[in-house]
Ligand binder design. Structure first.
Ligand code: G3P
Length: 227
């Protein structure tokens, strides 16, 4: 049985950087090890080096810029995040869109560098066409549900089932579902609908006891794949 994929996107909350981010990362690492379920953390670019040094989980970038090496002030390149310790990157998040040609360029770069890629889409119709660009995984998130606490699994289950149908047309690409995932039940449902994993941000980043939320997610995911 394939282990579930859980990605926690730190985004740009007040605890997404500095000591607070490292402490949160360490708490998540502890739960992850307790249950032997790997959890991916995508963090702000400025935190990739420190998180990679201090937290024993795969650290991903939240975004990389689609420009080559050279005179591009302020750019964060795939080469830079790899050098800082990232194992992969999100690409084309709803909060950081890229053009299709830029996505293709970035995916070619990440592949060459040995970085994993999670390509985000906002609708199931894009799952198959974007799978042709060969990311490692596609993360589907209806943007209108992001950060709402209303999960895609409950509010728009058809988005997941249709995305699952689409991903099956390609070989070896994982389908992850996200947006509004809040409870273990949301995670359970997403996996039962056929997703290989879930992506989450606010339910963890805004939680008083994030380790409890993550534990609920992990146990629900394990329940889903074993029943
Ligand atoms: O990348 C995951 C994210 O966009 C989902 O956000 O706050 O709805 O869990 P949230």
């Amino acid at each position: 049985m394939k282990p579930p994929i859980i990605i926690i996107n730190f985004k740009a909350y007040e605890n997404s950087f500095g000591d607070k981010a490292v402490n949160l990362g360490k708490k998540i690492e502890k739960i992850s090890k307790e249950y032997s379920v790997e959890i991916i953390l995508s963090t702000p670019a400025t935190m990739i080096y420190r998180m990679s040094q201090e937290v024993d989980l795969p650290i991903y970038a939240e975004h990389v810029d689609p420009v080559p090496l050279g005179a591009f002030t302020g750019a964060i390149l795939p080469e830079m995040v790899k050098d800082a310790g990232a194992k992969g990157t999100l690409i084309n998040h709803s909060e950081r869109r890229l053009r299709a040609d830029e996505i293709d360029d970035v995916l070619k770069r990440t592949k060459k560098l040995g970085l994993k890629s999670i390509l985000c889409v906002d609708r199931y119709e894009l799952v198959y066409p974007f799978s042709l660009l060969k990311p490692d995984a596609i993360l589907i998130e209806p943007p209108e549900l992001i950060g709402t606490g209303v999960s895609v699994s409950k509010a728009k289950p058809e988005v997941i089932t249709r995305a699952v149908d689409e991903i099956r047309k390609s070989e070896g690409i994982y389908l992850i579902a996200g947006a509004g995932i809040t409870t273990g039940e949301d995670v359970y449902k997403a996996l039962k609908l056929g997703a290989h994993g879930i992506g989450v941000a606010s339910a963890v980043m805004k939680a008083k006891e994030p380790e409890k939320v993550v534990e609920d997610f992990i146990t629900s995911a394990l329940r889903a794949i074993s029943s």
